[in-house]
Ligand binder design. Structure first.
Ligand code: PEP
Ligand code: MG
Length: 566
């Protein structure tokens, strides 16, 4: 099995069409008849624009106006007077049309690619697409026949461009696989809009995949199975059917407010690991971000990201969210999360060791750098700070004192930040559950991390299969812990959310409604599903179910009862 990044959800099953990506090769010539060469280029550009207009119409009917605008943008690039003027100058100096056009396009691609922001990088992607299109016409090699592939085709390419997608007949495409590409590329966005399952950034794809070979791809997990066996085919076909029916049904909840059957509103936000995921959260109809796990920014780095680098990332997420909530969790490392660039010491019992807030308070410069980056980003959106693994009042007081210290230095330097930025905690340890009343007095909000809370309450490691039978949110102890955290927060008048996996569990939702949770923070693909679950409960019915569930003495009884009510 190959593994990439799932960028467009759904299961794709079909046969591979390998896109031939041989470079458009030519031997640059010196030209003497410059007018003729310029005419040749102009004709190629006109032809390119005609083809692109057709693609634009295709997008307008299959995807939407915004997507069609990408094609309009390509026409704009091809006809750009500055680009054309410079190309004509090069032809005037004797370069052939191919070489002149290619070198100017490459110059723009280089400039756009060098910037950090996604929008400009997308411009580079657009120029590359235009370059390939025009060069193909000039060289008479525009032979990509993506519009003619048969039904059930999985397009497999080193890189896929918006023009290639515009060329496809959606009904024939079972999926898209690429070796390059990212979640935020135009192509990934287009695949999502067109609801074509897609996995990108699959290392080794082009060396392993063969034309006509059977393939399965999972657009959420990023898995790619080449030449699947009968059992895999049967299992994935069933999953695909179920997903298609469910997705159709869930679309009814898009654009709706999140509310219970009797009208109580809830915040339904997303958990993200990278700034780009904020865009995915919005596409999934999430109402903001309830947990940005910042450790992912540190994980694959060879050195600790600087304040500037972090600031850019946090700002990017804040800008994408345009004033919607963005809760940034400070570095949560240790336990099962190792960060190579921090060279953390090996511990006998890492889950009980020097992790998360403990590590940050023990490494102040690192912590202060992150807090400064977050505070600076708070000037660009609705940002809050969340501290992980809080177990006692001193920890949150110390962390807040550092926030105050950094605020003072930013003020002195005349650097903008949100003076009223909120600071809250992850309630995810048994200690936090027991003293939730004390912690609530120090916090602007709580977010319950049931992934850790379940482990710490049950003293059962979430990764240890020997004790997996204990690791369950339906354990009476865990449920009581959740209830007391929510009640303590409510009593203090602060919002209480949940960002652990239990927030999207249909069996937990009546209990969470009954306990008084105000925010559900879930993975993006779960948004519409959770909105649907919430909408199916009245408070009265949720209270009844909760009273009964809380009366049981064993996990099994609770679980079996809840299974009967959803
Ligand atoms: C949790 O513990 O529930 C949580 C959301 O944090 P993480 O899974 O990142 O530890
Ligand atoms: Mg946690």
């Amino acid at each position: 099995m190959l593994k990439g990044t799932g960028v467009s959800e759904g299961i794709g099953i079909g046969r591979i069409f390998l896109v031939n990506d041989e470079p458009l090769e030519y031997t640059p010539k010196t030209v003497t008849d410059k007018d003729n060469e310029i005419n040749r280029l102009k004709e190629a550009i006109d032809e390119f624009c005609r083809i692109t207009e057709r693609r634009e119409e295709n997008f307008r009917s299959t995807a939407g106006d915004e997507e069609a605008a990408i094609m309009m943008g390509h026409i704009g690039i091809a006809k750009d007077p500055f680009l054309m003027g410079e190309v004509e100058k090069l032809i005037g100096n004797g370069k052939c049309a191919e070489a002149a056009f290619e070198s100017m396009c490459d110059m723009f691609i280089q400039i756009f690619s060098a910037t950090g922001d996604d929008i400009t990088k997308q411009r580079a992607e657009d120029v590359r697409d235009v370059k390939t299109g025009v060069l193909g016409i000039l060289l008479g090699k525009n032979e990509l026949r993506l519009s003619e592939v048969p039904e059930g085709t999985v397009i497999c390419a080193r890189e896929i461009t918006p023009s290639m997608i515009a060329e496809m007949k959606k009904e024939n495409i079972a999926g898209i696989l690429t070796e390059a590409g990212s979640t935020t590329s135009h192509s990934a966005i287009l695949a999502r809009v067109l609801e074509i399952p897609a996995v990108m950034s699959v290392p080794g794809l082009m060396d392993s995949a063969k034309n006509g070979e059977g393939v399965i791809l999972d657009g959420v997990k990023g898995n790619v199975i080449l030449s699947p066996d009968e059992t895999q085919l049967r299992c994935y076909t069933e999953r695909r059917e179920k997903l298609i029916i469910e997705r159709r049904e869930l679309e009814k909840y898009r654009g709706k407010i999140t509310a219970s059957a009797d009208g109580t509103k809830y915040d339904l936000v997303c958990n993200i690991g990278k700034p780009e995921d904020a865009a995915k959260a919005l596409e999934a109809d999430g109402e903001g971000v309830g947990l940005f796990r910042t450790e992912f920014l540190f994980m694959d780095k060879t050195s600790v990201p600087s304040e500037e680098e972090q600031f850019r990332e946090y700002k990017k997420a804040a800008m994408i969210l345009k004033g919607r909530q963005l809760v940034i969790r400070t570095l949560d490392i240790g336990g099962d999360k190792n960060i190579p660039c921090l060279e953390m010491k090996k511990e006998n019992n890492p889950f009980m060791g020097f992790r998360a807030i403990r590590y940050c308070l023990g490494n102040r410069e690192l912590f202060k750098t992150q807090l400064r980056a977050i505070l600076r980003a708070s000037a660009f959106g609705n940002v809050s700070i969340m501290f992980p693994l809080i177990t006692c009042v001193e920890e949150i007081r110390e962390a807040k004192a550092l926030v105050d210290e950094i605020k003072a230095s930013l003020r002195a330097e005349d650097i903008e930040f949100d003076e009223n930025i909120k600071t809250g905690i992850m309630a995810e340890t048994s200690a936090a559950g027991v003293i939730a009343d004390l912690l609530a007095k120090e916090s602007d909000f709580f977010s319950i991390g049931t992934n850790d809370l379940t482990g710490y309450t049950m003293a059962a490691d979430r990764g240890n299969s020997e004790v997996a039978y204990l690791y369950s949110p339906y354990q009476p102890s865990v449920l009581r812990m959740i209830r007391s955290i929510i009640q303590a927060g409510r009593k203090q008048g602060i919002p209480v959310g949940m960002c652990g996996e239990a927030a999207s569990d249909p069996m937990m939702i009546p209990l969470l409604i009954s306990f008084g949770l105000t925010e559900f923070s879930v993975s993006s693909p779960a948004v519409l599903r959770v909105r649907k679950y919430i909408s199916s409960w009245t408070k009265e019915r949720a209270d009844e179910v909760t009273a009964k569930a809380m009366s049981f003495e064993t996990e099994k009884d609770v679980r079996e009862y809840l299974e009967t009510v959803v």
